[in-house]
Design a protein around this ligand. Sequence first.
Ligand code: ACO
Length: 399
Amino acid sequence: AIDIAKLRDQTGHITIDAGYKNTGATKSAITFLDGENGILNYRGYSIEDLAEKATFLEVAYLLIFGELPTEKEYADFEYEIRTHTLVNEDMRKIFEGFPVNAHPMGVLSSLVSAMSAFYPDHQDAEDLTSLHIIRLLAKLPTIATWSFKKSQGHPVNYPQNDLDYCSNFLNMMFALPVASYEVDPVVAKALNKLLILHADHEQNCSTSTVRLVGSSQANIYSSISAGISALWGPLHGGANQEVIEMLEAIKNDGGDIQKYIDMAKDKTSGFRLFGFGHRVYKNFDPRARIIKKAADDVLNKLGIKDPVLEIAQKLEKAALEDEYFVKRKLYPNVDFYSGIIYRALGIPTNMFTVMFAIGRLPGWIAQWKEMRTNKEPIGRPRQVYTGPVKRDFVAMSER
Ligand code: ACO
């Protein structure tokens, strides 16, 4: 008889690394991240420089094609994107079938997945600089604004292609047919910065998902749609929504910050302080530093006094002085502040993760393209089996 226990022991050595905390799944030339020293570079350029000096589309080009664009390359790239912002009206029909209170992330991942049906030539899209990349970058903001418009009971706005990428998005979000709307340059600039900060972050959960799905040679739309789903989770991109909801809960609960800190320290409570801690950054999150300043600028310039922000500031201070958080190096991450800015810009809480997805899109595309260009093998992790070794089948009547 076959000794399965023996066979199991002979299947070779398998490394268990739950959550892949120390396992490199690929080699990549896109993003350099040094968690100990808080360094984040895209293609060698520091996140501080890019956030200050570049446009989001310039950064998208850099991530996807490897170099900063020349003036001509940038103009061509931007032109292509501007001319593909319209979304097929039949996609609108699919969208209309969603309930009014559908979460915009569920809608976004479904509609990006649906794009694979509208652009079926993706299967033989061997040209990795293809129109599919342009379509995704151009249409994602348009689709993203639909959910907001529907939640308001307003008609959707069509893209206005004389506007830059960020202003076009803001216009589709906030312009109403009954009033004139001017995009505030302070707001457009803050959005540009936020999108750049989120544009790539090496092999995080959603990016690894995009690469893994793409490694089976699934098309780019399906791969990105899977990435959007992965991003939705509260331990990943969903954290920015959770942060604001947590701050609002603290405010409505009388502002007792210590109560929530104590709850986060109590492992049996199942509660964590959202916006604190990071898998990779164990000293500080460089994006959090940039964004904290941007949050201050936006709130000052727009003259916003927000009690939720006051809670955020007090919570940050209290956590940074608490031994539990200090010992575990739990600092505010980028999501702690991004929600505050989105709120100031008038973006509703359930759209925060959608904003993250718009920002992360060039990173996903760049990583998908790199994986395909390098002809990486299909991703297929192993396991250590812990179930019963061998059992005899029992007829249903005897169970
Ligand atoms: N509040 C309270 N305790 C925490 C928190 C938190 N936010 N984060 C981590 N801890 C504790 C853990 O309980 C653990 O304690 P222990 O050593 O006593 O067991 C220790 O700190 C280490 O935590 P891990 O979960 O092992 O850290 P990991 O690297 O696996 O997780 C993560 C990182 C998921 C970000 C975690 O810190 C967390 O859940 N934070 C809150 C959610 C959040 O803000 N997510 C956004 C991440 S950033 C992004 O996606 C852009």
